[in-house]
Write a protein that binds this ligand. Structure first.
Ligand code: ADP
Length: 994
């Protein structure tokens, strides 16, 4: 209620403020709009004035210019000048005079002149279009004379003709013939015809606007035209130059453009001042300010009227909204009130049906309401209690200390919701009965958040407390039991808080009770949430399932201990039973490790390992043994009994057993076992018996080595030994035979050489006789027949001796009896000598024989006879096997050898003979059908000699295309080579001494 009122009031104030602000805004908006309109009106009027002034100035200027043009057109017309000139000479010519007048009349009519006069240059009037009675006004005389002298068109200003009582405006133009002014024409204009109406008209409707023409005269300005508000003013009304507020005066003082001032009537005007070019006229276009402001006042009226209208509309609108809102608020208030009443009723019924006692007070602690249960428990009825203090009706004390709690109201107001107002609260009823209660006090807030009272809710706990006591006793018993357990016990709450730890658990955790109870696990052991233990715990917590695990726990000092943890879900969270199994684990690990080590040894041993019962049943066998016996796995092998089948018949198991019985074990017993496939295995076995406490053999443990291969190798070795002995005997025998053969062969060679040597001696001696005497005979005998016979004898003898020499050389070479004498010889000169010997033979066959060398001298350390033999053979063959062309001998020194080429153009040699021809007695054409003489020894001997000097010989040839025999002799092996001069110098020494 209170709040609603406040809000209603606030909103009324708000409305008024809102309207006031809006009105202010509208008024300000109106004012600014008015201001902007004012500026634009003024600007508009200024622009108007300016435009009109521009127009007037232009029109006046054009009028003057037009008139000047008219006058010039007339006075410069040669025809007219001629006419006037003629008439001036004969002024009595009436007809001519009339013609001139007629001509001028035409112009006067056409261009709207008032009158046109012709005067002599001395100002004497000669004639005029309209006849006038009087002469010229004195003012013009001077001007006429001036125009005559200057020979220019001259304008009089507006002037008042005193005689005619009229205002005139004259244009005076001289008539010039040749260079002489013969007469003057005066064109008279009436300003009322055109100029004044032009000035006085205003192009748009206006009450006060007008244009005024002024000119300065002495210390004032003279009005030149008739004014709108002043009769008879033209050339009469003067304004003193001191009146600077007047626009005309300002114009006279040199100002042009817009000006705000007072006009001739003393009325405030807005004006535009102009000077008309080519004249001394000042033009002022002006309008009364009041005329401008009349629009302004009208606009001001409209804007303020509209603003007031807007404000009224807003006021009415807001008033309407405000009143309808008020109506709604009151409606709402009414409904709220009704609801409140209903809810209070409902509240009372609800409160009464509650199982708990409820007491509410106001902020002073005065009871406002107590429900039924509260009535029963406190012995106070609602009626009695209402308005009394809380302390009176709800009197409580601390069960343990017996102290009364007198400050409930303040406690609740200060602390908010308070559970257990007096720690194990005892309520003392009006009748003095003490009832253990569980109570809660809470403040009551209004909408603004301020406390309006408190509420106390309490329930009878008599029964609950006695049960609690029982539970506590039980818990105590349980705790002491748990505390004395060997295992650690802990209860972890659903929020992972340590709720309980027994003594062992404290010891295990190494944390004091204060340091752990009530704390969250993650606080005590940061990072625990990432451990496997924690995930097992979480699973147990969330899925409510038991779990067991072994956990390695590291303490802060890096000591690690192993715990077997059992997780059990309990109503408080999870119960963990922890047993320190570090020592047990260590023993287990050691055992496991040694077991593994043994197992690895067992599995990986290259020896077979086994354990059998004394009866021969196989209990254990390592993979090596299983493989050795040809089985796939232990199960298969275990089916076999060693007693029954296992040992070869010659090696019974009884032998093995009796040996073990005798000495407790066997070492390196060689026997034969039968494999799965029936084949035999040679083994080397060691074993010992394992006995039980009673001395009986439990089983045999043994090792088995497969020695089959070794056995086989041994056997093979024996056989091989035997064979070796036999082979050695054979070899010795053959060696003896070979030695005998060698000796025989050597003997044979010796015999052959001796034979050959003897033969050659025996054959040569008679040949010398035959050759010598046949030579003498063939030269001396005259008889041709006899001479030819002697010739044949000589040739045959020579050939035989040649053959003999060759055979002899070959045998010497083979038997190693050839003696070489090394000398430094110049191959070039030596070759030349040999070649010269063949010149005759070549010539006879019609062949050329040339030589070429890449050095002038090529020195080499060689046996000269051998060199002769080599080159001889090659040139001899070349000539023999060439029928056309000739032979070229080329010797050239290459880096480390000398190359000797014998090139012919002969029959050539087929490829398949290239190697054969170097063999002994081999020729391309052999047998009786051969075409050429020869032994087939020449090339063989040549090759042997070449090789003797470390060189080589080869042939390049094709049948019909000639042959090239190439001999390469190494420089180093054959002897030193001297090509340079200094070496050449030494060479003869070598030759002499050699
Ligand atoms: P021969 O005494 O037969 O000439 P050689 O040992 O000197 O013995 O030659 C062996 C053979 O090589 C000759 O019989 C001949 O067939 C062939 N021969 C050697 N030199 C030439 C050559 N320059 N042109 C063709 N054939 C040749």
């Amino acid at each position: 209620m209170l709040n609603t009122k406040i809000s209603v009031l606030t909103s009324k104030k708000q409305f008024i403020t809102l309207i006031a602000i809006l009105s202010l805004l509208i008024a300000a908006g109106g004012y600014f709009y008015y201001k902007s309109q004012l500026t634009s009106i003024r600007q508009e009027k200024y622009n108007e004035l300016k435009a009109i002034a521009d127009l007037k100035v232009n029109q006046i200027q054009n009028w003057i210019n037009d008139r000047r043009a008219d006058v010039i057109a007339v006075t410069r017309s040669p025809f007219f000048i001629g006419g006037v000139n003629q008439w001036l000479k004969d002024t009595g010519n009436v007809q001519l005079k009339q013609e001139i007048i007629e001509r001028l009349r035409l112009i006067q009519k056409e261009h709207g002149f008032e009158n046109i006069f012709l005067a002599a240059p001395n100002d004497r009037l000669l004639l005029s279009v309209i006849t006038i009675s009087e002469g010229f006004h004195s003012i013009r005389k001077q001007i006429i004379t001036e125009a005559g002298i200057k020979k220019e068109v001259v304008f009089t200003d507006l002037y008042s003709d005193q005689i005619e009582k009229k205002i005139h405006y004259d244009i005076i133009a001289p008539i010039i013939n040749g260079n002489k002014t013969i007469a003057i024409l005066l064109f008279r204009l009436d300003p009322n015809d055109y100029l004044y109406p032009l000035i006085q008209t205003w192009p748009i409707p206006s009450k006060s606007a007008e244009t005024v023409l002024f000119r300065t005269e002495n210390d004032s300005v003279l009005v030149l035209n008739e004014l709108r508000f002043h009769r008879n003013s033209a050339l009469k009304l003067k304004i003193s130059l001191t009146r600077t507020e007047n626009p005309a005066v300002e114009g006279a003082l040199g100002r042009t453009g817009l000006f705000e001032g007072t006009d001739y009537r003393g009325v405030e005007v807005l004006s535009d001042i102009r000077i008309i070019p080519g004249t001394n006229w000042i033009l002022v276009a002006k309008i009364d300010k009041s005329e401008i402001y009349s629009d302004q006042y009208f606009i001001a009226g409209i804007i303020s009227g509209f603003s007031i209208f807007l404000i009224i509309i807003c006021g009415i609108g807001f008033g309407f909204i405000y009143s309808s809102r008020q109506k709604n608020i009151f409606m709402e208030l009414y409904n709220k009130e009704k609801e409140l009443w209903q809810s209070q009723e409902k509240f009372k019924v609800t409160m009464d049906s509650l199982g708990d006692g409820v007491i509410t007070t106001n902020s002073d602690g005065k009871i406002q309401y107590i429900n039924k249960i509260a009535e029963e428990l406190t012995d106070w009825s609602l009626r009695e209690a209402r308005g009394r203090t809380l302390r009176e009706v709800y009197s409580v004390k601390n069960e343990e200390t017996g102290e009364k709690e007198n400050n409930i109201l303040h406690k609740v107001i200060k602390e908010g919701i308070v559970k257990e107002l007096a720690n194990h609260t005892i309520l003392i009823s009006k009748s003095g009965k003490e009832i253990p209660v569980m109570d809660t006090g809470a403040p009551i807030y209004d909408n603004d958040g301020s406390i309006t009272g408190i509420v106390i809710v309490f329930q009878d706990e008599t029964e609950k407390r006695s049960q609690l006591k029982l539970i506590k006793e039980n818990e105590f018993r349980l705790r002491s039991t748990l505390d004395n357990m060997m295992e650690g016990c802990q209860i972890i709450g659903f929020d992972y808080r340590y709720l309980f730890l027994n003594k062992t658990a404290f010891i295990q955790s190494r944390i004091t009770k204060e340091g752990i109870i009530g704390k969250i696990m993650m606080e005590c052991y940061p990072g625990i949430e990432n451990t496997e233990m924690f995930s097992v715990l979480r699973r147990c917590m969330e899925e409510r399932i038991s779990a067991v695990m072994v956990n390695e726990f590291s303490y802060s000092d890096n000591i690690k201990r192993h715990f077997q943890l059992r997780f059990e879900p309990v109503p408080e969270g999870v119960f963990i039973l922890s047993e320190d199994i570090t020592e047990r684990k260590q023993t287990e690990d050691t055992l496991k490790e040694s077991d593994e080590r043994f197992r690895s040894l067992f599995e990986n041993s290259t020896m077979g390992l086994y354990r059998t019962t004394p009866q021969g049943d196989i209990l254990l066998a390592n993979p090596t043994l299983i493989r050795m016996l040809g089985y796939d796995n232990i199960d298969e092998l275990a089916q076999r009994n060693l007693e029954q089948n296992g040992y070869e018949p010659d090696y019974p198991r009884s032998k093995f057993q009796s040996e073990i019985e005798k000495s407790g074990g066997i070492i390196g017993l060689e026997s034969k076992w039968t494999k799965k496939d029936g084949t035999t295995l040679d083994v080397n076995e060691s074993a010992h018996a394992i006995r039980g406490a009673d001395g009986n053999v439990l089983y045999y443990d043994g090792t088995v080595e497969d020695i089959t291969k070794r056995k086989k190798a041994e056997e093979e070795l024996i056989i091989a030994n035997k064979e070796l002995v036999f082979q050695n005997e054979e070899k010795e025998k053959r060696a003896v035979e070979l030695l005998a053969a060698k000796e025989k062969a050597e003997e044979m060679t010796r015999l052959k050489s001796n034979f050959l040597a003897n033969m050659s001696h025996e054959l040569r001696t008679p040949l010398i006789g035959i050759n010598g005497f046949s030579d003498v005979l063939r030269q001396d005998i005259e008889n041709p027949e006899l001479k030819e016979m002697a010739e044949i004898i000589f040739n045959s003898g020579s050939r035989l001796s040649e053959t003999l020499n060759l055979i002899l050389d070959l045998s010497k070479l083979e038997s190693g009896n050839m003696v070489f004498t090394y000398q430094q010889i110049d191959l070039v000169s030596e070759a030349e000598k040999i070649i010269s010997l063949f010149k005759e033979a070549a010539r006879k066959k019609g062949l050329y024989l040339k030589s070429s060398y890449n050095q002038p001298s090529i020195f080499i350390n060689i046996d000269p006879r051998a060199f002769h033999s080599i080159l001889n053979n090659l040139i001899n063959n070349a000539i023999k096997y060439t029928n056309e062309g000739g032979i070229t001998v080329d010797i050239s020194l290459k880096d480390i050898f000398v190359e000797i080429k014998v090139i012919d153009c002969g029959i050539g040699i087929a490829k398949e003979y290239h190697e054969i021809i170097f063999d002994e007695f081999r020729q391309v054409s052999e047998g009786y059908s051969r075409n050429f003489e020869g032994t087939g020894l020449g090339l063989n001997i040549t090759m042997k000699l070449v090789k003797k000097f470390g060189g080589e010989i080869s042939v390049e040839s094709e049948p019909g295309k000639g042959s090239t025999f190439i001999v390469k002799l190494p420089v180093t092996n054959a002897g030193e080579i001297a090509v340079e001069k200094n070496v050449i110098k030494k060479a003869p020494l070598a030759v002499i001494t050699g």
